[in-house]
Design a protein around this ligand. Structure first.
Ligand SMILES: *Cc1c(COP(=O)(O)O)cnc(C)c1O
Length: 393
């Protein structure tokens, strides 16, 4: 293999800028030996709630658990159906099943990779209405829509929320990839509906030193329910358990690390946007109007967790880039409705053509705040070579 010229991600580069502060924060936690909950976690939850403009934030063990806990707090379970996107990380849909409900999928909008409100409307219209209850094709009671702000681009939450309100459904936002993204009127991804979910997986825009996540709540009462379920269903009475719960908490060590990083998030997201703008410019200049490379464009409500383009013959192009020392990734090669773990749902190839096409065409190029300034030019030149076009000098 050739030497890597442009890494897909470089977490040590970010750590180098904060190592002293992060180590001091971690040392303080070790000094107190208070690893579970406590002031560090409460302080970070409050800071994050302020940053998001949310009523409350509950730190939990992962983004996956955040999804599960939000669904449980919305009282979604056995006999229920939740409509989501087929083009996302797997836990978006697995957590619906873990809560006991059945996931259904509606197709995505090709230009944003996000759940298509038109497809959602069509799916809801095909459900059987019985008084206030909407029945999914399998007979389950439809309870919620679970959209994802994929790759850091906000989905059309307001249109989805209006469709949901019409049918008395909840909206749970999966904002794991979009922390810091804001709508034109300043509302934060994840804080636009009753529940939002975040992940602090190390590669996310706000990444911890291990697993972590959060549920964003618009109501204090919901936050209390999430806390109860996440803490073994205990309601405060000594060893009294009112709900079937689990142990899902944000570690104090993670809260300490994240509290150091949160004040930098906007600056990092701005750097991501700057690199995305550079890619847009270079790709337009290199390929001209009839270009074979589709790009996401420079979108206001986008924090470019990933910079995902579409190319023909994606796997060959990706191999060409690798041969040129450019690391890339594919998100996601198999849409959720065709994942083996969901075979029981009965979907088949061709059911959701836009998600399937995205899984064949999408290619994520290197983009992170500390990306070297000359990297986009090297990546785009290599992309031109891989596509069999000569890049201009
Ligand atoms: C990362 C991610 C999750 C899961 O978060 P974890 O912290 O890894 O459990 C869920 N949904 C999306 C869209 C994600 O990108």
């Amino acid at each position: 293999m050739p030497d890597v010229r442009v890494r897909f991600l470089d977490l040590p580069a970010q750590y180098a800028t904060l190592a002293d502060e992060m180590r001091a924060a971690v040392d303080e936690v070790f000094g107190t030996q208070a690893f579970i909950l406590g002031a560090r976690v409460a302080g970070f939850e409050a800071a994050l709630a302020r940053y998001l403009g949310a009523a409350a934030v509950v730190g939990v063990a992962s983004g996956t658990d955040a999804l599960y806990l939000a669904l449980r707090a919305a009282d979604i379970g056995v006999g229920d159906a939740v409509l989501t996107t087929p083009f996302s990380f797997v836990s978006t849909a697995t957590q619906i099943a873990r809560a006991g409900a059945r996931p259904y999928f509606a197709d995505i909008e090709p230009a944003s990779f996000n759940l298509d409100p038109v497809a959602v409307r069509r799916w809801l219209a095909a459900c059987r209405r019985d008084g206030d209850t909407l029945h999914a094709p399998g007979g389950e009671r439809v309870r919620a829509i679970l959209p994802v702000h994929l790759f850091g681009r906000m989905c059309d939450v307001d249109t989805l929320a209006a469709l949901a309100a019409d049918a008395a459904l909840e909206v749970v936002e999966d904002a794991a990839q979009a922390i810091g993204a804001r709508s034109a009127d300043g509302r934060a991804a994840g804080a636009m509906t009753r529940f939002g979910c975040l992940s602090f997986y190390p590669t996310k825009n706000l990444g911890g030193a291990g697993d972590g996540g959060a549920v964003i709540c618009a109501r204090q009462t919901d936050a209390a329910t999430v806390r109860t379920i996440a803490r073994q269903g205990a309601d405060g009475g000594p060893y009294r358990h009112v709900l079937l719960g689990l142990a899902s908490r944000l570690d104090a060590l993670q809260a300490a690390v994240l509290a150091v990083k949160l004040p930098r998030l906007d600056e990092w997201n701005a750097a991501r946007r700057r690199h995305a703008a550079r890619y847009e410019e270079l790709i337009a200049a290199t390929f001209g109007v009839d270009r074979p490379v589709w790009t996401p464009g420079l979108v206001a409500a986008h924090v470019y967790h990933q910079y995902v383009v579409r190319v023909p013959d994606r796997d060959r192009v990706r191999a060409g880039l690798a041969a040129d020392g450019i690391e890339t990734q594919v998100y996601y090669p198999i849409p959720l409705h065709l994942q083996p773990c969901f075979a029981n749902l009965g979907y088949k190839p061709g059911d959701l053509p836009e998600a399937e096409r995205a899984s064949r065409e999408a290619l994520a190029l290197p983009l992170y705040p500390e990306l070297p300034e000359d990297a986009p030019a090297a990546v785009v030149a290599a992309l031109a070579r891989a596509l069999g076009r000569i890049a201009p000098r």
